[in-house]
Design a protein around this ligand. Structure first.
Ligand code: GDP
Ligand code: MG
Length: 171
C-alpha cells in the first residue's frame, strides 16, 4: 500500500480543544487538564482510508494572541487545515471567520479546509447552532463536523473526511 504524507495544521482560539482533538486522534486519550500549547507542537499519525494509507503530519498551534504571528509558518505548505471552535463559546466561532479570511489571503490556495465545532458533549451550554455553522462551512466549501475530544465523537470521521477531499495525487 502506498503512503501519502499530508501536512495538516490546526487553528482556532485558545481553549477550544485543538490539542485535545489531536491527542484523541493520535493516542485515543483525553486529558481534563490539557496544558496550553506553547508556540506549536508536532505529531504524526497514520490513517488508512479506502485502501490508501495517509500519514498526517499535524501541526497544533497555540491560539493565544502572542503566538498568532507564528501561524503562517505552520499553514504555509499545508495540504489541509482544521479550524476549531467551541460550540459553547460564540466568540470562538467569530474567530473561525477571522482564520478563514487569513488563510484566503496568505494561505496555500488549494488547502483542504475543515471546520470542527468541538465540545459537542456540552450541548446544554451550546451558543453556536449546528445549522449556522454548517451553513457557513457550505458557503466556503469547507467540511464541517461537530466533534468531542472528550467522548471521541466524530474525531476519526473529521480526518477521514479530509482525506476524501484531497486532490488526486499527481503521479
Ligand atoms: P487548545 O488551547 O485549543 O489546544 O485547547 P485544549 O485542548 O488545551 O483544551 C482546553 C480545555 O478544554 C481543556 O480543559 C480540555 O480538557 C477541554 N476540552 C477539550 N476538548 C473538549 C471536549 O470535546 N469536551 C469537553 N467537555 N472539554 C474539552
Ligand atoms: Mg493547545
Amino acid at each position: 500500500m502506498s503512503m501519502r504524507e499530508i501536512k495538516l495544521c490546526l487553528l482556532g482560539d485558545s481553549g477550544v480543544g485543538k490539542s485535545s482533538l489531536v491527542q484523541r486522534f493520535v493516542s485515543d486519550t483525553f486529558n481534563t487538564h490539557s496544558q496550553p500549547t506553547i508556540g506549536a507542537s508536532f505529531m504524526s499519525k497514520t490513517l488508512v482510508v479506502d485502501d490508501q494509507s495517509y500519514k498526517f503530519q499535524i501541526w497544533d498551534t497555540a491560539g493565544q494572541e502572542k503566538y498568532r504571528g507564528l501561524a503562517p509558518m505552520y499553514y504555509r505548505g499545508a495540504a489541509a487545515a482544521i479550524i476549531v471552535y467551541d460550540i459553547t463559546r460564540e466568540s470562538s466561532f467569530s474567530a473561525v471567520k477571522m482564520w478563514v479570511r487569513e488563510l484566503e489571503q496568505y494561505g496555500p490556495g488549494d488547502v483542504v479546509l475543515a471546520i470542527a465545532g468541538n465540545k459537542a458533549d456540552l450541548v446544554d451550554q451550546r451558543e453556536v447552532t449546528y445549522d449556522e455553522a454548517h451553513k457557513y462551512a457550505d458557503q466556503i466549501n469547507a467540511t464541517f463536523v461537530e466533534t468531542s475530544a472528550k467522548t471521541a465523537v466524530n474525531v476519526t470521521q473529521l480526518f477521514t473526511a479530509i482525506t476524501r477531499k484531497l486532490p488526486a495525487e499527481i503521479i
